[in-house]
Design a binder for this molecule. Structure first.
Ligand SMILES: Nc1ncnc2c1ncn2[C@@H]1O[C@H](COP(=O)(O)OP(=O)(O)OP(=O)(O)O)[C@@H](O)[C@H]1O
Ligand SMILES: O=C([O-])CC(=O)C(=O)O
Ligand SMILES: [Ca+2]
Ligand SMILES: [Mn+2]
Length: 659
């Protein structure tokens, strides 16, 4: 400290003039009488007799963030009754289906003083006493990010606060979803309603097996000292909002869902009641491979009739996010609302764009746009009311993240954000976003309001542009093309992208992936059901379809390069502004795609990929190869009718490649 000499009441001071050499000389200021007792009485002492009392002074009761309205003051029950009802509801969620007793749940952290089991807010139905009914399961209910940070750091190895304040954590052995372990209960209803068999993501299981896994998860959770419970919402459209409860064993899971689902206000939480859907996440505990249907120690099981999902054997948090998305793909279309694996943003004039695409194609990157309002980055509903985000947060890929390329995402990685599987400096806690040591699928989950231009509530009018993103590692699809409605449907049903298989062991063939509706892993009904709804909505609202290749240019992977993000952004800007709609177009061979002759800010020669390949024969061969992969994939859909008459189906089929 430079200057303390003028501080009030100080007994000693450093002189300012040290002559610039060494430590300053100590001088006494006061008269000898003052020096008899050396004490600082500038502030009164703390009113605490013990260290416990001192600690208890630190915390005060939370107050509601919004004023309690007159109606709720009169209508509601006492605080005590409400707390009891809430615990009863949680206890019911955690109940075994085979025992009459338990579990006993109590609110609060078992580690903290003041949470006693004789607290009057606990529920016990222990008449026939069994061991499991004797113990209490502590419920950590809708904790705040700060509380969850403390829990994670104290109890979950591999949890760290990064230099920018995010919570870095590890998801364990699984660093991505396990689609082959995702099962759906086939009962009399779902047998007819859902898409089963070849190509479908719904692997069947029976009700009985589901109950075995549910019991396993519930017993595991109840055996723990404490569980986390999140009560939250899905879908910003209030008319179609869904209440979800997530029971989990890790603070990481609770904070992830806190960020990803819509966060209720304290008042909404008071009136929460019974959830519409419940997740039991017992991810640390495996399923039993002697159980029927189990093919690994991982099982993610959805039971639509019971409105429940069970997770065993994987801690990857994306299973919860995408499991709920699957559920929305069932509930919403039944209400004639289209669920979409897409990002969404809106311009200042209210023009709305949807960004479809498989993982890694740019939904999050391109919907997060400094010049537009963000509605959401990954999951939406399109209803009569317009477009609404399903979630309350974003889930961005972090590999290669840079401040320059993605400033808004970069800045969102701060206190409250969950950073999965990243590598950080052991001392400074700076994250190295280029490091793939744990996985290539490093991720950041943050509340949507961390993006400065997010629109809250996350709802928008009907879509004007429907942008299909494909990361084409073959390098033959044009950077942008304008699609007819039939072409949009053809490409929507195809759901193409091609990424590179293994980036490490030398150059490999790009891997073509076809995932119907750009999200086959999450749809529940047949793809044509969603396609039909999309066609109807696009027709009604006059939306234009676009195909944007965010992948390779100038050759396939290994020869060419990924299209510069800056160029893709220029293309997207031209779509938003309407200038691309009115541009001049030429038609490509084979795929019959309309490509613009010029886009502002983009070198014209890259707009037709043939120009960027030095080996024209190789280009032609690769183009035909990709076209035949498209045709082979689409064969599986040829027999399905789309829309009210056969005409649209025929148009869609002939909108594919011709060769
Ligand atoms: N031209 C480009 N356009 C879009 N993204 C690009 C481009 N070039 C590189 N990228 C990178 O590709 C990645 C796109 O990932 P993004 O998170 O947007 O995927 P996503 O479609 O949201 O996938 P998911 O559904 O798995 O979340 C980002 O890491 C981005 O930096
Ligand atoms: O679900 C995940 O793990 C990531 C994601 O958004 C996707 O794969 O579409
Ligand atoms: Ca994303
Ligand atoms: Mn996604």
């Amino acid at each position: 400290m430079a200057d303390q000499s003028e501080e009030n009441g100080s007994d000693f001071s450093f002189t300012r003039n040290t002559g610039g050499l060494g430590l300053p000389m100590i001088q006494t200021n006061k008269k000898p009488a003052d020096l008899e007792v050396c004490h600082d009485d500038s502030t009164p002492p703390v009113k605490a007799q013990t260290i416990h009392q001192l600690h208890s002074l630190q915390k005060k009761r939370s107050t509601p963030s919004t004023p309690v309205t007159a109606s709720t003051t009169f209508a509601t029950i006492s605080e005590e009754d409400r707390q009891r009802q809430q615990l009863q509801s949680i206890s019911a969620s955690l109940a075994s289906l085979t025992r009459e007793t338990g579990p006993k749940v109590v609110k609060g952290d078992p580690a903290s003083k003041g949470t006693h089991v004789d607290d009057h807010y606990h529920v016990s139905t222990a008449f026939n006493v069994s061991d499991s009914a004797l113990k209490f399961t502590h419920v950590l209910y809708n904790l705040s990010p700060a509380e969850l940070y403390e829990q994670a750091i104290k109890y979950e190895k591999g949890s760290f606060i990064t230099a920018t304040g995010a919570l870095a954590t590890l998801s364990g052995a699984k660093t991505g979803r396990s689609p082959r372990d995702k099962r759906v209960v086939k009962d009399d209803t779902t047998e007819n309603e859902l898409w089963w068999g070849k190509g479908s993501p719904n692997i069947e299981m029976d009700e009985h097996t589901f109950l075995i896994n549910r019991e396993r998860a519930v017993d595991y959770l109840n055996s723990l000292e404490k569980v986390y419970v999140n009560d939250q919402f899905l879908n910003w459209d209030l008319e179609h909002r869904i209440k979800v409860r997530i029971v989990s064993a890790r603070a990481y899971h609770s904070l992830f869902m806190h960020n990803m689902c819509i966060r209720p206000t304290p008042e909404e939480l008071e009136e929460f009641g019974t959830p519409d859907f419940t997740i039991y996440n017992a991810g640390q505990f495996p399923c039993n491979r002697y159980t029927h249907y189990m093919t690994s120690s991982t099982s993610i099981d959805i039971n639509l009739a019971r409105k429940e999902m069970v997770i065993l054997g994987t801690q990857y948090a994306g299973e919860m996010k995408k499991g709920l998305f699957s559920v929305m793909h069932y509930i919403m279309p039944k209400r004639n609302i289209l669920s979409l694996h897409s990002g969404c943003n809106m311009g200042k004039d209210g023009d709305v764009a949807l960004f479809f695409g498989l993982s890694g194609t740019g939904k999050t990157t391109l919907s997060t746009d400094h010049n537009r309002y963000l509605i959401g980055d990954d999951e939406h509903c399109w209803s009569e009311n317009g477009v609404s985000n399903i979630e309350g947060g974003c889930y961005a890929k972090c590999i290669g993240l840079s401040r320059d390329n993605e400033p808004d995402i970069w800045n969102a990685i701060k206190f409250g954000t969950v950073l999965e599987n990243v590598v950080l400096d052991e001392h400074a806690r700076d994250v190295d976003y280029s490091d793939k040591s744990v996985t290539e699928n490093t991720r950041a989950a943050y509340p949507i309001e961390y993006i400065p231009n997010a629109k809250i509530p996350c709802v928008a009018p009907h879509a004007k542009n429907v942008i299909l993103l494909a990361c084409d590692a073959f390098g033959v699809l044009p950077p942008v093309s304008k699609l007819s409605l039939a072409q949009t449907m053809y490409h929507f049903i195809s759901g193409y992208t091609a990424l590179v298989a293994g980036t490490e062991d030398g150059i490999k063939e790009p891997q073509a992936t076809f995932s119907a509706c750009f999200g086959a892993a999450f749809i529940m009904m047949h793809p044509t059901k969603y396609a039909e709804m999309l066609a109807e909505k696009m027709q009604t609202h006059g939306a234009t379809g676009w195909l944007v290749n965010t992948g390779w240019s100038g050759g396939s992977y290994g020869l060419g390069n990924r299209i510069k993000l800056a160029y893709t952004r220029k293309i997207i800007n031209a779509i938003h502004s309407g200038s691309l709609f009115n541009a001049n177009y030429t038609k490509t061979e084979v795929f019959g795609l309309e490509i613009p002759t010029a886009v502002e800010g983009v070198p014209s020669e890259i707009l037709d990929p043939v120009n960027t390949w030095s080996d024209k024969k190789a280009y032609q061969d690769t183009l035909l190869k990709l076209a035949s992969l498209f045709r082979r994939n689409f064969d599986g859909f040829m027999t399905y009718k789309i829309g009210k008459d056969q005409k649209l189906t025929e148009e869609i089929v002939s909108a594919g490649p011709i060769f």
